[in-house]
Design a binder for this molecule. Structure first.
Ligand code: SAM
Length: 225
């Protein structure tokens, strides 16, 4: 699916979120900067937007980011952007399945995921893999969509999310399925405490969540030990 929508993915992200997706990634990066990791893994990196954001830190001279994804077309787009931004020394994008990461255990100071965990076939396996490759004192940050908890906002947002967004997505991307899949997958995915419980089950500790923009998105965080 992501191979099919790769060419219009960034444009649609910006349009459908009215630019807030950038703000959310920046928030995650600021949380990451507090932990100040040197080696970062961006799982389900797609076109590399989160990896690129993570490179914009005070630590940019020493931070190395590896991004993995199973969609070659998304990775291709990401590599083009990284080259244009002259970030090739700092970011490396490569093929990789988040449920079977080809990295040794305890390798990364931090692992991040933006709008990716919802797409894992097996969430628990993906979370366990993310924990495995994180260093003992390392952190994980997961950004994803959620449904607002306030019923008034939820009603308004649902109209946009379930009716308007799939229509715009279909017109611009030409893909009927992809932008119907997005709201469906969000509404069926574990959110808030359900998600931190899944992280705990995978072995993470100190798990927390931070709702963003009325709870349209959430950043989940946790530590390996
Ligand atoms: C919505 S995109 C998110 C891209 C990017 N992280 C961002 O912030 O925009 C989700 C990505 O997850 C990838 N993906 C889905 N399942 C995966 C898996 N098992 N391993 C690695 N990547 C996966 C898809 O190929 C897609 O590029």
């Amino acid at each position: 699916m992501f191979d099919n929508i790769a060419s219009g993915y960034d444009f649609l992200n910006r349009t459908l979120s009215l630019g807030t997706d950038r703000i959310w990634r920046r928030k995650l990066r600021k949380m990451l900067d507090v932990a100040n990791p040197a080696l970062v893994l961006d799982v389900a990196t797609g076109t590399g937007d989160l990896a690129i954001e993570c490179a914009k830190s005070k630590r940019k001279k020493t931070r190395k980011i590896t991004g993995v994804d199973i969609s070659e077309k998304m990775l291709e787009k990401g590599r083009e952007k990284i080259e244009k931004k002259h970030l090739g020394d700092c970011i490396d994008l490569r093929y990789g399945d988040s449920e079977n990461l080809e990295f040794e255990s305890n390798m990364f100071d931090a692992v991040v995921v933006g709008f990716g965990v919802r797409n894992f076939e097996n969430l628990d396996k993906g979370l366990r893999e993310m924990r495995r490759v994180t260093k003992p004192s390392g952190k994980v940050f997961i950004l994803d969509f959620s449904m607002p908890r306030n019923s008034f906002i939820r009603t308004l947002y649902s109209f946009y999310f379930f009716r308007i967004l799939p229509l715009i997505g279909k017109i611009v991307s030409g893909n009927n399925h992809a932008y119907r899949y997005l709201p469906e997958s969000v509404s069926q995915f574990p959110q808030y405490e359900q998600m931190t419980n899944r992280m705990n089950k995978a072995g993470f500790v100190n798990t927390k969540y931070k709702p963003l923009t009325f709870g349209i998105a959430v950043i989940y965080s946790g530590s390996k030990n």
